[in-house]
Design a protein around this ligand. Structure first.
Ligand code: UDP
Ligand code: MG
Length: 327
C-alpha cells in the first residue's frame, strides 16, 4: 500500500433533492468509510453537494448534513443552471483539493458500489473511469428509447462519447486540470472527457430506481441537453444541408426531364413547367448556399471555442510542460 492514500471527492449535483439527500448522503459516507478501511482512499475524502439553485430546502438539508459530518460540504448556485453547470461549478471549486473526483447523482440511481470499483481502476493508473449502465430496466420506456436514439444520433454525427454512459464518472486531478483549458460556455462534460483522452476504462453497473422524489428532468430539459450534446461538438448538420442541396441539384435533372416530357406531350397546364423547373433549381441552390455559409460558420464555431489543440500526457526528459504539471 502506498504511503499516502488518494483523497477522493464525491460530487453530487442537487436540484430540489431535500427528500433524497438525508437518505443518500449517509450511504455515500458509508462508501467513503469502507474504502478508507480497505486502504483505497484517504480519511479526508469528502462529499461536495452542488445545490443547483434549488427552490425547496435542499440547502438547509446540506447545512444540517455538514453539521453532523464535516466531510459533507456544499456550494449553492445562485440560479438553477442545470446539472452540467452544477457539476462543473463543483469540479472547478474542488480541483486542487482531491486526487480524483467522482460525479454521482443525488438519487443513488448510480450504484454506489461502482464507486469502489472506479477508485480501484484509478489506483491501477486510469485517469478517467466511465460508469456504463449494463441495464436500464428501471427507466421508463420513453427514457430508454429516447436515450438510445440520442446515443445513435451522436455517433452517426461523429460525436465521440461512451455508449450508455451518463454523468457517473471518475476523473483524476490531471484530467480535471485539463478540463480547465476548455473555456466554452456550452459544456457537455461527458463529451469533453472523451475529447481530453488520457488512459480511461469503464465500470458497468445496473441502474437503480430513484430512492425518493421525482426526476428533475422535464422533457424540455432533456431536449435542451441533447441539442447541446450535438451542437457543442459537431458542425456536421450544416454539412448535411450542403449535401442535401447537391443531391437535389442532381435530382433536378430527372425532374427536368419529367417536366419537359409532360410539357411537350401537352399533359401540363400552362405555367406549371416553368414553376416546377425554377422551384427545384432554386430550392437546391438555396440549400447549397446555406450549406456553404454553414461550412464557414462551422469553422468560426470551432475557432471561438479555443479548445486546446493537444494535451501532452507524458514526457521523457526535458523541461516539464504546462500540462505535465497536472501529475
Ligand atoms: N439536477 C441538477 N439540476 C437540474 C436537474 C437535475 O443538479 O436542473 C441533478 C439532480 O438533483 C440529480 C441529477 O442531476 O442529482 C440527475 O437528475 P435526475 O435524477 O432528476 O435525472 P434522471 O435520473 O431522471 O435522468
Ligand atoms: Mg435520477
Amino acid at each position: 500500500m502506498p504511503a499516502t492514500l488518494p483523497v477522493i471527492a464525491l460530487v453530487v449535483p442537487c436540484y430540489n433533492e431535500s427528500a433524497v439527500l438525508p437518505l443518500s448522503i449517509p450511504v455515500l459516507l458509508g462508501v467513503l468509510d469502507r474504502m478508507h478501511t480497505e486502504g483505497l482512499c484517504a480519511a479526508d475524502s469528502f462529499i461536495l453537494c452542488s445545490d443547483d439553485g434549488s427552490t425547496d430546502n435542499t440547502w438547509a438539508v446540506i447545512e444540517s448534513l455538514h453539521q453532523s459530518d464535516p466531510r459533507v460540504e456544499g456550494i449553492l448556485l445562485a440560479h438553477n443552471r442545470g446539472q452540467q453547470a452544477a457539476m462543473l461549478a463543483a469540479l472547478t471549486d474542488l480541483t486542487p483539493r482531491c486526487d480524483a473526483a467522482i460525479t454521482v447523482d443525488a438519487d443513488l440511481q448510480d450504484d454506489p458500489e461502482a464507486i469502489v470499483e472506479m477508485v480501484r481502476k484509478f489506483r491501477e493508473g486510469y485517469d478517467i473511469v466511465y460508469g456504463v449502465r449494463a441495464s436500464r430496466s428501471t427507466d421508463t420506456w420513453f427514457k430508454r428509447t429516447s436515450a438510445k436514439a440520442f446515443y445513435n444520433l451522436q455517433q452517426a454525427l461523429g460525436v465521440d462519447t461512451v455508449y450508455n454512459h451518463s454523468e457517473f464518472r471518475l476523473m483524476s486531478r490531471r484530467a480535471l486540470g485539463m478540463l480547465k483549458d476548455y473555456d466554452e460556455s456550452n459544456l457537455f462534460l461527458r463529451g469533453i472527457f472523451s475529447h481530453i483522452g488520457l488512459p480511461h476504462t469503464i465500470v458497468t453497473y445496473d441502474r437503480n430506481p430513484r430512492i425518493a422524489g421525482e426526476t428533475k428532468y422535464s422533457v424540455a430539459k432533456l431536449i435542451s441537453v441533447s441539442i447541446d450534446g450535438i451542437t457543442s461538438f459537431t458542425a456536421k448538420p450544416m454539412r448535411i444541408i450542403f449535401l442535401i442541396g447537391l443531391f437535389l441539384l442532381l435530382a433536378d435533372i430527372v425532374v427536368a426531364v419529367w417536366v419537359l416530357v409532360s410539357h411537350f406531350q401537352g399533359r401540363a397546364i400552362s405555367g406549371w413547367s416553368s414553376i416546377m423547373l425554377s422551384l427545384w433549381f432554386l430550392g437546391s441552390l438555396v440549400l447549397i448556399a446555406l450549406g456553404i455559409i454553414g461550412e464557414y460558420v462551422g469553422k468560426i464555431f470551432v475557432e471561438v471555442k479555443r479548445r486546446p489543440r493537444f494535451a501532452i500526457q507524458s514526457r521523457i526528459g526535458g523541461e516539464e510542460s504546462a500540462h505535465c504539471s497536472y501529475f
